[in-house]
Design a protein around this ligand. Structure first.
Ligand SMILES: Cc1cc2nc3c(=O)[nH]c(=O)nc-3n(C[C@H](O)[C@H](O)[C@H](O)COP(=O)(O)OP(=O)(O)OC[C@H]3O[C@@H](n4cnc5c(N)ncnc54)[C@H](O)[C@@H]3O)c2cc1C
Length: 325
């Protein structure tokens, strides 16, 4: 089986950052995908599944293994409110197709970049909604057992920006997704999607190459423990839920969180730059590529942010982006 060699990955990343893939293979069918994965295993190559590259921090040194890109036929099948799609379908395209048929449930994803596969794997979410909310079944290929599995929603073990597919760290590849939506009115669905798109345009620095939020938001429940540990509020060293809510903006994501962008802003990090990378002024949880940024530039800023936020708030930020290489 022939793989392409030395393919620049920056061309496949929204960030326009990253060195080459040693081997590269585009799978057009489930069968080809299984063959590619089997061959990678036979040759002892590490394998990375590429979606649209909207959440990837690819190392300047590239990836010393096989990058497998899913390029199926992009099919969307409708059976009433049940929608079956291949994982390479782009979220904006899916939203357009379901809106056209008056199906609701995915409006929260207005303006969300990336593929269905990437969204399911990371249980992408925004505006109080999550991918898991409308998932009926997910089919995947398991590299370890060389077999396909069909899971129901509970079996996907979705959590905050996680799933069984993420837990398995790339050894399972999503090959088909079935959503269960609800009947609605096309005009209302489109209006709701458009609201989210406009909100993102006004808040996110999408005029620069970026990979979305670098860090997860901070769960209030964790913040209460860590911030209280630093005896910031009461004489007894405990901050109550009400005290934190009075001092910090708390939003539902879909459970109560303190926005990381707010903590970064309070830590004076907005606009800080290193090499070609900069902590966005518009939305500090985004590190933008202002031109020729390297992964080392971004890693440097990630380190600075973690240290500053820990020193000011006692919070260890957790990364949301996925590293490659
Ligand atoms: C401007 C901007 C805004 C964003 N806003 C949000 C937001 O509001 N909420 C949010 O949750 N995310 C957000 N993101 C992050 C990103 O859009 C999502 O994480 C998206 O779901 C990633 O999809 P992708 O196809 O680009 O995946 P990639 O970035 O290509 O890959 C991400 C991970 O998914 C894995 N993957 C991809 N396809 C498959 C598959 N078929 N099987 C198994 N694993 C697979 C990859 O191996 C990788 O580990 C944003 C990103 C940007 C650039």
């Amino acid at each position: 089986m022939q793989f392409k060699e030395n393919i620049p990955l920056k061309d496949y990343s929204n960030y326009k950052i990253g060195g080459p893939a040693r081997y590269f293979f585009e799978a057009k069918t489930e069968d080809a995908l299984a063959r590619g994965a089997r061959e990678a295993k036979r040759r002892g190559l590490a394998l990375f599944v590429l979606g649209e590259g909207s959440n990837l921090l690819i190392d300047d040194a590239g990836f010393d293994g096989l990058v497998l890109k899913i390029s199926f036929d992009g099919a969307i099948e409708f059976d009433g409110a049940r929608v079956t799609v291949t994982p390479d379908i782009l979220i904006p395209h899916l939203l357009d197709e379901v809106a056209k048929r008056g199906l609701q449930g995915l409006e929260w994803a207005g303006g969300l970049p990336g593929t269905v596969g990437g969204a399911v794997r990371g249980n992408a979410g925004a505006f109080g909604g999550e991918t898991k909310d409308t998932i009926f079944r997910v089919r995947s290929y398991d590299m370890q057992t060389d077999s396909f599995t069909l899971r129901n929603n509970a079996e996907c073990r979705f959590g905050y920006r996680s799933s069984v597919f993420k837990e398995k760290q790339g050894s399972e590849i999503i090959t088909k997704v079935i959503f269960e939506l609800k009947p609605g009115v096309e005009k209302d669905i489109r209006a709701s999607i458009e609201d989210k798109i406009q909100f993102r345009k006004s808040k996110h620095p999408i005029e620069y190459p970026n990979i979305g939020s670098i860090f997860k938001n901070v769960p209030l429940e964790y913040f209460l423990r860590t911030y209280a540990d630093r005896a910031q509020t009461d004489a007894d060293g405990k901050s109550t839920d009400a005290e934190i809510r009075a001092k910090f903006p708390v939003k539902d994501d879909p459970f109560p969180v303190i926005p990381t962008a707010y903590l970064m802003s309070e830590a004076g990090l907005k606009g800080l730059s290193h090499g070609g990378a900069q902590i966005s002024e518009k939305h500090p949880n985004f590190i933008i590529n202002k031109g020729n940024a390297t992964s080392a530039d971004v890693e440097f800023l990630i380190g600075v942010i973690k240290k500053a936020v820990f020193e000011k708030f006692g919070v260890m930020l957790e990364e949301e982006v996925q590293r490659v290489g």
